[in-house]
Design a protein around this ligand. Structure first.
Ligand code: SAH
Ligand code: SF4
Length: 356
């Protein structure tokens, strides 16, 4: 095998977890290694959960030794794992190479295991009820740092579950870190890798309209959730400031288009803020929106964030809101609050609580 210089002295190899199988194959090609070796390495890492080339017994020993020149297999350090007292929800903090900390959550219910992952450290969009928004944007995550969150949670649960769902509902706005998010989804979706089905993946967006259109063009058919939270531009301008750039009519048109092209009903997320957006007239407007758009509504009672004075509506108020929607919008669910006690519920990721 000829030894080709594939690295300059000051460059370290990229992380394995950000490489598609074809890119890995190309990099291996630089060493004169045939592309099918990339399939084998993918199987070792994503199917057999090996994190060390030494144990990849069907690779030639020379390749096992030189794999570190092609890519790095190490994962970010898990700085903390905190669990709820029922042991069903876990919040993970990963420490990245530059010291940035990213939070992810695994949630187990009777029916399924769901991983909630982050796409950015912090967020620039400043929705005024969200702990991540309060942080501002520290930086985008790279594709490997997104994939690594899934691996860290899967390793923690020892891959006992043959299936899990994945939601991009952690820190950050996924569509503001478009390339890395799409690359990570393709890697997770790879049939020779984790083979995570598109139906098991949901991306939640606060409403970046051009990226919603671009996302439809990817033909990934993953689920799209839109953070609606208000039914008038006047209120949405306040609650989801990105609405000032892309108002409701444009957002709903983009959501409709995404739904049509992906063949999937979009989810309308609606965080209920007591006395702000939870009145009967809000429910009526939301019902009309849902009637005109093939969608499911997911109501999220506000989860408290220290320093913010929004109110969580009572269970009875949440129920009354949902009841008013049912005649117009048959698919309404109320998101169960999981992880509140460890600051792991929706909107609570932002350096809060133990270990964060
Ligand atoms: N940035 C993306 C995804 C992350 S958050 C987005 O905004 O869609 C997942 C959901 O939780 C979003 O609908 C978000 O608006 C909502 N959320 C944020 N803060 C919340 C809070 N304190 N209580 C309840 N839901 C919240
Ligand atoms: Fe960012 Fe989403 Fe939080 Fe808004 S709700 S600040 S878009 S993470």
């Amino acid at each position: 095998m000829t030894r080709l210089p594939i690295l300059t002295p000051d460059s370290s190899p990229p992380s394995f977890y950000g490489l598609s199988r074809s890119t890995l194959g190309e990099r291996l090609g630089g060493l004169g290694v045939p592309p099918y070796r990339a399939d084998q390495i993918y199987t070792w890492v994503y199917r057999k959960h090996h994190r060390d080339a030494a144990g990849m017994t069907n690779l030639p020993s020379g390749l096992r030794e030189r794999l570190t020149e092609v890519c790095g297999l190490s994962l970010p350090r898990v700085a903390s794992v905190n669990s709820t007292s029922d042991d069903l929800t876990h919040k993970f903090v990963l420490e990245l190479h530059d010291g940035a900390r990213v939070e992810s959550v695994s949630m187990r219910t009777a029916r399924r295991l769901t991983f909630c992952i982050s796409s950015q450290v912090g967020c620039a969009l400043k929705c005024p009820f969200c702990a991540t928004g309060l942080m501002g944007l520290q930086r985008n995550l790279q594709a490997d740092e997104i994939v690594a969150q899934v691996i860290a949670m899967g390793d923690f649960h020892a891959w006992r579950d043959d299936r899990f769902n994945l939601v991009f509902m952690g820190m950050g706005e996924p569509l503001a870190n478009y390339r890395a998010v799409v690359d990570a989804i393709r890697i997770l979706h790879d049939p020779r890798g984790l083979n995570l089905g598109a139906r098991r993946i949901t991306v939640s967006t606060s409403g970046l309209v051009p990226q919603i259109h671009a996302f439809a063009d990817e033909h990934l058919a993953v689920g799209l959730a839109v953070s609606l939270h208000a039914t008038t531009d006047q209120l949405r301008d306040q609650l989801v400031p990105v609405n000032r750039r892309w108002p409701l009519a444009e957002l709903l048109a983009a959501a409709r288009e995404y739904g049509r092209r992906s063949g999937r009903r979009v989810t309308l997320e609606y965080t209920l803020l007591g006395g702000v957006n939870d009145g009967p007239e809000d429910a009526d407007r939301l019902g009309r929106i849902a009637r005109d758009l093939p969608s499911k509504i997911n109501l999220i009672p506000y989860n408290p964030v220290p320093g913010l004075s929004w109110k969580r509506p009572s269970a009875a108020d949440v129920d009354a809101f949902a009841q008013r929607l049912y005649p117009h919008a048959p698919a309404v669910t109320v998101r169960k609050t999981l992880g509140g006690e460890i600051w792991a519920a929706c909107g609570q990721l932002g350096g809060l609580g133990p270990g964060a």
